[in-house]
Design a binder for this molecule. Structure first.
Ligand code: C2E
Ligand code: MG
Ligand code: MG
Ligand code: MG
Length: 279
């Protein structure tokens, strides 16, 4: 299907536009290189128990150490990875790296805690995904319940039946599932009831306006109460201020994540925090 159009032109094949050979590396090719030549790395952001202030979990967040551009945030390359299908090998790398790090922390004698990994729609639609998860857990000798997979609503909106069967396979392995960015999109109540989620992550856009904005307050209270009714644990994303944290504590939100506690940091820094936590 690829048309040979000559030098310095774009070739179209498999739905992907790529540069011909004598142009500088296309972004896509650069990203492919990044995955195979170890330019990606993970930062970890603590998820804190609101009642006790203790770290209860960590979210792994990918970064790209680009040879000329420096550190590139995920908003700049995850969409391209998703479009081109590179998200599948990229996501597999993230999953394995997070499991490797979790094993390393456990080997240091630190109390185990949940590691959350973001999974995008194309990864979730890959029929081999559950196998990849099982292999990552096994090869790092992790107990499945320390792994949490974060998906957004878009994952279940595309092919609900397939998404449900994937979720059931993952649940059968013992991994936990959370719905990410809840309150930023359609926020379908039916989806929460139909799909076997363990946890709801309330989007930063809702948390941002707390506690001054009365509408935001009403929505946040409704989301927390909904989560409680459906027996989902609830975590607030993007908590930056004491006032937000106080509001969330009174509202019965169990966990929080945000700059109020820590930005995403390197694993060495997490190690230091966890040692302090253990003491
Ligand atoms: P997300 O999963 O909702 O992750 C939370 C984002 O909010 C992170 O941005 C985090 O740094 C940021 N954040 C946390 N606390 C605060 C806060 O208090 N204030 C503000 N302003 N921001 C806060 P980051 O690391 O840039 O990631 C952005 C998005 O990229 C993630 O949103 C996730 O959707 C995606 N992403 C990151 N890593 C991966 C990955 O490994 N795989 C996939 N598929 N997506 C990823
Ligand atoms: Mg997330
Ligand atoms: Mg989120
Ligand atoms: Mg978000």
């Amino acid at each position: 299907r690829a048309k040979q159009l000559g030098r310095n032109t774009l070739q179209y094949h498999d739905g992907v536009v790529s540069n011909s050979v004598d142009l500088p590396l296309s972004e896509q090719e650069e990203l492919r290189q990044a995955i195979v030549s170890n330019q990606l790395f993970l930062l970890y952001q603590p998820q804190v128990d609101v009642a006790t202030g203790r770290i209860a979990g960590l979210e792994a967040l990918v970064r790209w150490n680009h040879p000329t551009k420096g550190i590139v945030p995920p908003v700049k390359f995850i969409p391209l990875a998703e479009e081109t299908g590179l998200i599948v090998p990229l996501g597999l790398w993230v999953l394995n790296e997070a499991c490797r790090q979790a094993r390393a922390w456990q080997d240091m004698g630190l109390t185990p805690l949940t590691i959350a990994v973001n999974v995008s729609p194309k990864q979730f639609a890959d029929p081999d995904f559950a196998c990849h998860v099982a292999e990552a857990i096994d090869s790092h000798r992790l107990s499945a319940h320390w792994l949490e997979l974060e998906v957004t609503e878009s994952v279940i909106m595309q092919d609900a039946a397939r998404a449900l069967s994937m979720m059931l396979s993952l649940r059968a392995l013992g991994v936990r599932l959370s719905i990410d960015d809840f309150g930023s999109g359609y926020s379908s109540l039916a989806a929460l009831k139909t799909f076997p989620f363990d946890r709801l992550k309330m989007d930063r856009s809702l948390v941002e306006a707390l506690p001054a904005d009365k509408t935001a307050v009403a929505i946040a209270l409704a989301v927390i109460s909904l989560a409680q009714t459906l027996k989902l644990s609830v975590l607030a994303e993007g908590v930056e201020t004491d006032a937000q944290l106080e509001f969330l504590r009174h509202a019965g939100c169990e966990e929080a994540q945000g700059y109020r506690f820590s930005k995403p940091v390197a694993p060495e820094e997490i190690g230091v925090m966890l040692l302090a936590r253990g003491a």
